[in-house]
Design a protein around this ligand. Sequence first.
Ligand code: HEC
Length: 167
Amino acid sequence: MKEERVNGSGRGRALVRPVLIALGAAVVTFAAPSLAQQQPGLDAWQRGSCTACHGSLAQGGGGGEMPAGPNLRRTRLTPAELKETIACGRGDMPYHLEAAYATVPCYGIPVPGPAGAALGAPLTAAEIDALVDFLTKEVVGVTTITRAACAVFFGGNTNAPACAQYR
Ligand code: HEC
């Protein structure tokens, strides 16, 4: 009698595993395409060195040697304003579109005009569009950093060491 019960629960557990594996596969299948679409934006985030001032997860920079960039998760800017800020810079933030102020006007200043800030890591207009898309879809408004929200910055890899501290 006793042995039968042990066998019974063993069989139950044997069933749970494949079901969990199937569920996991389904989640990966659904999550991967949307994150793959965001790869150009993530590449631009890295090429633009945004992390240096805004933190590795856009949660706001700590300052120190670099100007402290604000938490981009809480920004209230529209996509068009995000685009102009990244292209044209603002205050201590460098501009990233090489042609800004020279042939592309910024903040209504006629070209060629004086750039308020220095040129940062240059990005193309297409890269800035991809970056704005990435920020709008994956970052802005996501004010609590979960393991998944962190993984977005590592191509969806929830096992990235930097994400271990998040749940
Ligand atoms: C050298 C440091 C530095 C770098 C590099 C930098 N930023 Fe900034 N960023 C700042 C600072 C400082 C501000 C605040 C500027 C101000 O208001 O005077 C800012 C402001 C912003 C804002 C406006 C936020 C708001 O709500 O008003 C956005 C958006 C932004 N940065 C995005 C980016 C992105 C994307 C990158 C990478 C391409 C980037 N920044 C690179 C320092 C930086």
